[in-house]
Design a binder for this molecule. Structure first.
Ligand code: PGA
Length: 254
């Protein structure tokens, strides 16, 4: 049984003071949840204070990015070891905004994944097609290229240190959520690909989150699908009330 993981990607939102206000509410509202893994991913500066506040709770902390080198003259960058020391246990990598605005390639993301898992952190690796690619029916090719590029050279053991996130670019921040059929089709495609690249056990154990306009009113429908194991959430993770509802989604037997 794969434990669902609901992660909030706060993006470039929340000052330290605002971040603390949000997690104060979350800690209290979510203290009885044990059947779902809960992660919040604040901006870099808020990671340590948020971690200090959440220590001992059931909410884990993640980062939204990191660099692959261990240290040195890389102005403006943050290493996996620095994130670990600050309290992170997860790092989101290859988010479509990083691919789009910061020109991150699969090869570059692959190096970051290596750095993150070598440090003992879990990598949340994002893939997803654009609207144009979906309309041209190219999504399979796009996802295959992204996945094989990002996962290149990793062993099955290393795959167990990852969570994949399918985030169709056309659904991110647009309010246009993928239908449960569309999402399930891609999740199944991803899992089958992992069977081909690795083996059945590795694929069965791997958690694949869906991301893109997940809200309290659509979360249970998506999570009811057999290959959807959680959500990576932007907008709806910025308020305690809606994030709480996401984490407490209605679970149906799969
Ligand atoms: P959204 O963002 O929930 O605001 O669509 C999801 C994401 O970018 O991870």
């Amino acid at each position: 049984m794969r434990k669902p993981v609901i992660a909030g990607n706060w993006k470039m939102n929340k000052t330290v003071a605002e971040a603390l206000e949000l997690v104060k509410d979350l800690r209290f509202k979510l203290e009885n949840v044990s059947e779902v893994e809960i992660v919040v991913c604040p901006p870099f500066l808020a990671i340590q204070p948020v971690y200090q506040f959440l220590k001992g709770s059931n909410i884990k902390v993640g980062a939204q990015n990191c660099y692959f080198e261990k240290k040195g003259a890389f102005t403006g960058e943050v290493s996996a070891a620095m994130l670990k020391e600050a309290g992170c246990s997860y790092v989101i990598l290859g988010h479509s905004e990083r691919r789009q605005y910061f020109k991150e390639t699969n090869e570059f993301i692959n190096k970051k994944i290596k750095a993150v898992i070598s440090e003992g952190l879990l990598a949340i690796v994002c893939v997803g097609e654009t609207l144009e690619e979906r309309e041209k029916n190219l999504w399979q090719e796009v996802i295959r290229t992204q996945l094989t590029g990002c996962l290149k050279g990793f062993t099955a053991e290393e795959i167990s240190k990852m969570i994949l996130a399918y985030e169709p670019v056309w659904a991110i921040g647009t309010g246009k959520v993928a239908s449960k059929e569309q999402a399930q089709e891609v999740h199944k495609f991803i899992r089958d690909l992992v069977v081909k690249l690795y083996d059945k056990n590795t694929a069965e154990a791997l958690r694949i989150q869906y991301g893109g306009s997940v809200k309290p009113d659509n979360v249970s429908i998506l999570m009811g699908e057999p290959d959807i194991d959680g959500a990576l959430v932007g907008g709806a993770a910025l308020e305690a009330e809606s994030f709480m509802k996401l984490v407490k989604f209605e679970r149906k037997a799969k």
